[in-house]
Design a protein around this ligand. Structure first.
Ligand SMILES: Cc1ncc(COP(=O)(O)O)c(C=O)c1O
Length: 356
């Protein structure tokens, strides 16, 4: 088989340069010191990794002293509950829903306090952005999912509103310049655009720390993580190291502006192929189609699995749609080569010719 391309939604492909650095880093150093996965998080070698990681994150997000950047574990799923426990205690949290992950975030927020939907596009199967309804009185924040990984719906910009904004940016983190500094809170798992699973980046506006109620379990109080430089317990050291290498790689390819242009160009090419086809389709409105995750469907649903299998045989992996939606899905994260997208486009045209 010639080259394999990995379109997995996460854990996802790493940039080749990062994969190579990682395999080197897993060996003992030339002077016999342990590999990066085997050193104390309290020692000077790891401290240098941690410092550079936070500094680069701050630089790419363009955030200053008004924000804390935390490096946590538990994935976005833990943030679904952790965020409302900390920032909506005794108040109401508002959620706008554009797909599966927003629904999950709202359901979790309801388990720990009061939370309401203030706009949902469920009635049209999450194919557009909903209009925002009136926010409840005493609203703690408005939560939105920047990019719905399964339904392929992306907010071009954060919604405009009067209350603090909280964003699940898991599947679009660092894929383009973004107004991070305007957000009160944001979170993203690393396993899509920032390396490997085990690390969750949280951005929190400092003044909000004062609103956290006392008496929470210490692990679940963001202030514990601020006070300990994100080392309240043993961090996922290897995930931090890989994230640092990814950030260095982002710099080496021209930064977020360059990635934005490249990501937009090839997503456009894929959507154009799908739209021009009588066989493949994507139901999402033009103005909110995801640049990162492109779900698409065969005209004859019975051919979905045949297409996934034929794609795998052609070296195009990870194209099976999420079980919640079916169909196929191509995740076009930062690490995906242009070649991969061109190969996918050729494959889709060929499959249509042979099977339609
Ligand atoms: C937008 C979004 N939110 C949340 C999650 C859940 O992430 P985790 O598995 O890190 O908890 C995902 C995972 O794919 C996601 O894409």
């Amino acid at each position: 088989m010639s080259r394999v391309h990995n379109f997995s939604a996460g854990p996802a492909a790493l940039p080749r340069a990062v994969r190579e650095r990682l395999s080197e880093a897993l060996k003992p150093t030339p002077d016999g010191q342990p590999s990066v996965a085997e050193i104390s998080h309290r020692g000077p070698r790891f401290a240098a990794i941690a410092d550079e990681l936070v500094e680069r994150l701050r630089h790419l997000m363009q955030v200053g002293d008004e924000h804390e950047v935390l490096l946590l574990q538990g994935g976005a799923n833990l943030q679904f509950a952790w965020l409302p426990m900390n920032l909506a205690a005794g108040r109401v949290a508002a959620y706008t829903l554009t797909g599966h992950w927003g629904e999950k975030a709202l359901a979790e927020a309801r388990r720990v306090g009061q939370a309401v939907s203030v706009g949902s596009s469920e009635a049209c199967s999450f194919t557009r952005l909903p209009a925002l309804e009136a926010l409840p009185p005493d609203c703690a924040y408005l939560h939105y999912t920047g990019n719905e990984t399964i339904h392929g719906v992306q907010h071009p910009l954060p919604p405009a509103c009067e209350v603090p904004l909280a964003a699940d940016l898991s599947s679009e983190f660092l894929s383009r310049p973004y107004p991070y500094a305007d957000l009160a809170f944001a979170y993203a798992g690393a396993q899509k655009n920032l390396g490997i699973a085990g690390l969750t980046v949280v951005l929190i506006r400092r003044d909000l720390l004062e609103t956290i109620p006392d008496g929470l379990p210490k692990y679940l109080d963001y202030r514990s993580w601020v006070a300990s430089d994100s080392m309240f317990n043993t961090p996922a050291t290897l995930s931090w190291y890989v994230a640092l290498e990814v950030l260095r790689w982002i710099d080496s390819v021209g930064g977020l502006g360059a990635l934005e242009q490249r990501n937009a160009r090839r997503a456009r090419r894929l959507y154009q192929t799908i739209d021009a086809s009588d066989f493949w389709s994507n139901p999402v409105d033009d103005d909110c189609r995801s640049v990162m995750n492109v779900p698409f469907f065969a005209a004859d649903e019975r051919l979905t699995m045949a297409a996934v299998e034929a794609a795998e045989a052609a070296g195009l992996l990870g194209l099976k749609g999420h079980r919640a939606l079916g169909g196929l899905r191509a995740s076009l994260y930062n690490a995906i080569d242009d070649d991969a997208v061109e190969s996918l486009i050729d494959f889709l045209k060929d499959f249509e010719r042979r099977r339609a």
